[in-house]
Design a protein around this ligand. Sequence first.
Ligand SMILES: [Fe+2]
Length: 238
Amino acid sequence: MSLVQRIARQGKITFSAHYSALTAGSTEAPDLQPLLALVNELKSSDINLPSNPAVADITPPDSAPAAFIDILRDNHFTIAGFLLRRGSSMPIHDHPNMYGICKVLYGKVIITSFSPPKRIETSIPHSHGFSYYMAKDEGAEFFTAASPCAILTPNSKNLHTICAMEHSAFFDILGPPYNSFENRNCHYYQEVPKTTVFDQEKAKELDGVRVLKRTEQPPMFYTSVKSYRGPPVDVRKL
Ligand SMILES: [Fe+2]
């Protein structure tokens, strides 16, 4: 059985159990370790991506900053691949009440993460209906193919921006998946100066905290779609 099929099977075990627990009212975190052990082994060749990022075919087609590879959509989790062009960034976005596992397959990315945001109750003149949030800055980390997975949870590093220092690819598992009927929409944010919403004194006190404005998806960021060419993922065997 291919590694990606084993990952899919373990993803189903991990996240279907978690989904059942959630719907029964449990707040217990899923045990991600069996899944992480498999994903940490994954290489670009396991999903038939060339390992040499200089090969033109693996950069996003057209001029898109990123490409999306749909590998598996399940009610309990999703698996996708992303290609990011050198110098492009995924804008700050969230994964509400979700877990995420991200494994870089080639290239080098910086992931800058934030804790889940708290809405700032304030009325700002000329806010144009935008809402503002406070989030703890969880710092920036480099990831390459040699790095273990980056992990996000509902309460830790739930927001992030991913910036490609080189043409990069990563493998992404989300569970439970985005679902607007279950209040798991993806929102985009932009960091703004703290003084946008606080006076100078209060802004100085908020060390390690960022102020984020919730925005529409920035038009500069869009993804093209690339076909998945790795080993088949057979959902009947999950
Ligand atoms: Fe993300």
